[in-house]
Design a protein around this ligand. Structure first.
Ligand code: ZN
Length: 246
């Protein structure tokens, strides 16, 4: 691979330390399972967690990140607003962001969306079938008609998000609810993908198809190579302005 995408995986990393069920599924942390799934995509993977200094997201780390993956749940409030703003500015400047599962309530996702990002949920170990509704989309590359997860937490509509620029996947749950589970946005120069599955008590991030979606999303969200747009006073015109069109 000539130009490897530089990925940073941000994991809150609290459930794994406090819940035996979670640590038995993800003994090295959920970030390790997510990273393992990305090894065919890029080996330039940095891990950042909530309890690291600056949550592992220093200016230098973000400057070197093409795509940031975000998993958080129980400690959204502990994420420092200054760091949230730093991530926000990087997204506007072109960094890709992939928000997973309970990251729907993270400060960064809510700030980028501008809505409550609220939804319905239920923990009943029910089946989830994630349907591809946009088969030509790069994030659906190599994915069949649907992905079936034997057990997941249910997230149901209404999901209070802005209308996605592109909707790639919709989930159906055994209990009857549906949910927009693969949503694409752009904010500034940055691309954002929200991907629903990944409750901490299920081995979802070992599923090869889930890993494929995340890998496709990383490639889709990677920044394009071009200069940052110029804004503000354009004093020097490109052409001589004769001003005789009155
Ligand atoms: Zn969950």
């Amino acid at each position: 691979m000539s130009q490897e995408i530089k990925i940073t995986i941000w994991n809150e990393y609290r459930h794994e330390k406090t819940n035996d069920q979670v640590s038995s599924i993800y003994p090295q942390g959920m970030h390790s399972a997510i990273a393992e799934g990305l090894h065919g995509t890029s080996d330039k993977i940095t891990i950042a967690t909530l309890d690291d200094p600056e949550h592992g997201l220093s200016e230098a780390v973000l400057e070197q990140t093409d795509v940031l993956i975000w998993w958080g749940h129980m400690a959204h409030d502990e994420v420092n607003n200054e760091i949230v703003d730093r991530v926000y500015q990087r997204v506007l400047k072109g960094m890709g962001l992939i928000v997973l599962h309970s990251g729907h309530f993270s400060k960064i996702f809510k700030k980028l969306m501008g809505t409550s990002c609220d939804l319905k949920w239920r923990e009943a170990g029910e089946k989830e079938r994630i349907w591809v509704v946009n088969p030509g989309h790069p994030i659906a590359d190599g994915i069949g008609e649907y992905i079936e997860l034997p057990q997941e937490e249910m997230y149901g509509e209404h999901f209070d998000i802005p209308q996605p620029d592109e909707l790639v996947m919709v989930s159906w749950f055994e209990g009857g609810e549906v949910f927009r589970s693969g949503c694409c946005y752009t904010r500034g120069s940055g691309k954002i993908f929200y991907f629903r599955p990944g409750h901490e008590t299920y081995p979802t991030y070992y599923n090869p198809q889930i890993r494929k979606v995340i890998s496709n999303a990383v490639k889709w969200a990677a920044p394009v190579k071009r200069d940052y747009p110029r804004y503000g006073h354009a004093e020097q015109p490109l052409e001589i302005i004769k001003g005789d069109n009155k």
